[in-house]
Design a protein around this ligand. Structure first.
Ligand code: SF4
Ligand code: SF4
Length: 200
């Protein structure tokens, strides 16, 4: 009798759990039923990359001191820093700099650690070519600043879906200059309580 009661109890628990899982799945389905499919008419329309998007790296030749920190912090030692020692001024002089974006994983370690801030990430993500060797950018190609999606007169910018205001489901209806949903990084820093100083 006791065994039978245990079996009934277990069966009841499993049934409740199964019903909960079905309910969770259906809630996701119903949530998506409210949304319309959103098609971005690329390349006439483009999504605005998020604030911390890591795209193609920009390089400023005049700021580089050929320290090669970017090479050492790169997980695959990718940047090529070609320099020669100038005996007159007793300093390294940069001759050539390149990064192969066909190999780069866009981790932005090099940008983070460059002591002179001559590297920066841009919003550029359209890097497709027919030949991957064309992705080996030299200092001239890396020195070119791309058009921002919001400044390109040929493109209609669409607000990135993650930043749509509450209850808005189509980026087409939102002015791209309207304030974003949520807090900006500066607001998050300002609202985070500072740790109490430790007492000795
Ligand atoms: S870390 Fe910056 S300054 Fe140093 S070699 Fe690389 S790009 Fe140049
Ligand atoms: S973004 Fe990352 S992988 Fe690419 S060059 Fe810089 S450190 Fe290397």
């Amino acid at each position: 009798m006791l065994k039978f009661l245990n079996q009934v109890t277990n069966y009841g628990k499993e049934s409740i759990q199964a019903a909960r899982y079905i309910g969770q799945g259906l809630s996701v389905t119903f949530d998506h039923m409210k949304r319309r499919p959103i098609t971005v008419q690329y390349p006439y329309e483009k999504l605005i990359p998020s604030e911390r998007f890591r795209g193609r790296i920009h390089f400023e030749f005049d700021k580089c001191i050929s320290c090669e920190v970017c090479v050492r912090v790169c997980p695959i030692n990718l940047p090529v820093v070609d320099w020669e020692f100038n005996k007159e001024i007793k300093k390294k002089q940069l001759k050539h700099y390149s990064i192969d974006f066909g190999v780069c994983i866009f981790c932005a370690n090099c940008v983070e650690y460059c002591p002179t801030n001559c590297l920066s990430v841009t919003e550029e993500y359209e890097l497709s070519t027919f030949d991957r060797h064309e992705l080996n950018f030299d200092n001239v190609a890396m020195g070119r600043l791309p058009y921002k999606v919001t400044q390109d007169p040929m493109v209609t910018p669409i607000r990135e879906f993650a930043y749509l205001p509450e209850s808005e489901i189509d980026g087409h209806n939102v002015d791209h200059t309207a304030p974003r949903a949520g807090q900006t990084p500066a607001e998050i820093v300002a609202s985070t309580p500072k740790p109490e100083p430790k007492e000795d």
